[in-house]
Design a protein. Sequence first.
Lengths: 309, 274
Amino acid sequence: MEQLYQRDVYGKALVELGEQHKEIVVLDADLSGSTRTSLFAKAFPERFFNFGVAEQNMMAASAGLASCGKIVFVSTFAMFATGRAWDQVRNTVCYNNFNIKIVATHAGITVGPDGASHQAIEDIALMRVIPNMHIVVPCDGPQTREAVDAAIKTPGPFYIRLGRPKITTVENKGNFILGRSQQITEGNDVTVAACGIMVQSALTAARNLAQKGIRVRLINVHTIRPIDSEAIIAAAKQTKGIVVAEEHTVIGGLASSIDEIVAEKYPVTVIRVGVKNRYGQSGEPEELLQEYNLTPADIEKAVMRIVAP
Amino acid sequence: MVEFNGQKIKDLQDKAKHIRRSIVEMVAKANSGHPGGSLSATDLVTALYFAVMEHDSQKPHWPDRDRFHMSKGHCCPLWYSVLAEAGYFPKEKLFTLRKFGSILQGHPDRRTPGVEVASGSLGQGLSVALGMSLAAKVDKKSYRVYCLMGDGETQEGNIWEAAMAVSHYGCDNLCAILDNNGFQIDGKVSAIMNIEPVADKWKAFGWQAIEIDGHDMPQILAAFQQARETKGKPSIIIARTIKGKGVSFMENVGDFHGRAPTKEETEIALKELQ
């Protein structure tokens, strides 16, 4: 099975796209090696700007560049892009509806040993409340490239959430369409809606459950804004309930997005598999996924609570 | 000292007086807004739009235009008056300031012709100007970027992140203007959070600091010229100004930071500005 770093895919995509699109500029805040924007910096030094450890300045400066017709890619860790510079994102990036693509890496607890201060588990929530913002959480390496392509084709601000570790490519996902989820397995017992690294875990869970005769409909909700309401309402109507799996706090992220839709349109049970209102901590990604109940077994348990309450 | 044509100076002074009247009238009509800091920066922004910047209100998206960004966004009555005077939109719109559905929002917004980037949340404008300046470098264009900041505003950390970066990237196409009127909402800047020694701070960050009387038109024009002629580093014009300048009972009165004049006060103010 193919395993890729999403950041590698991102860095290479920037170099390729930078060749085609002369209006692309890239900004980073002293993490260009980790985010892989260093590849673009090497290829197009005149279109790369390092801001040092100053994310607020970087974010507001991206607006100045965008106002002059640039497509601006802004990268740093998810924690700093969405937390440290939130006001700049709200008032200066999104309020102006500028063509700014925030591609943040090291999201979620799988950042690992760096611990809680560096593990953004509330970034989707922070970005989701801002009008005009598109949010994409690619589930693997190839989908990272699709998300970046979509961001270039679609005017306006984007938040693309990438992780730190190498992740397994999810096969047979079908076409990527911004704003449309991808159904990965068919089933009418229970729906599992997942994003990011949790899609692969959910697929493992779905396969295990299939052996018990439980048919899971797995949907990859890679676009959190605008969300695929149609697929979610269909899932609410056609299956017994929805399990939502995300490497994020259970407050304000994908689960909340789905809660909001089903509560209004077709109330069904929604069970949230995510970080339960806690900070992260140091550890290896696998240890942390166990500790925070983000494993395929946790998804299976949640599905069983719907199947046999 | 550069010599300027006396008639040109007189015309700019008259224009500034006219804009001050417009500020007072529009804030009075809206019964809300920020007259104090608008009046303190009037001479500076008037000079920019009517003598310094290359721009064309009939072609607001002309790629080679000089850029202006008002980082102290609450002083938009000044910006709106200047834009209307320069022909960016009809003057009668000025009396829709802060009203529902208006193109003139309470803080600058891109729905106003001539406003390139919204502002209002303080401390971000110098970064915006930096982005515009870097875009000029990438595109090898020779336009200049001007950014007006308030003195209280420079208490924001973001300003100093930007100050460091503008200098690091040698943005000599960028000229910041500090409207150093000495007041912020809660009182005197020196009492609330002292920013002195201002010039030394900016110099330490690698800037050329030009200190002037921000109501003296020849000094203002000379400062912009000095900034334009200085290569390799950015310039900041530190303008000593009087909050509420031009209206006797508003001058150096903190209360008029964010309060509209009453009907009686407006009449007196407009008389003083004849």
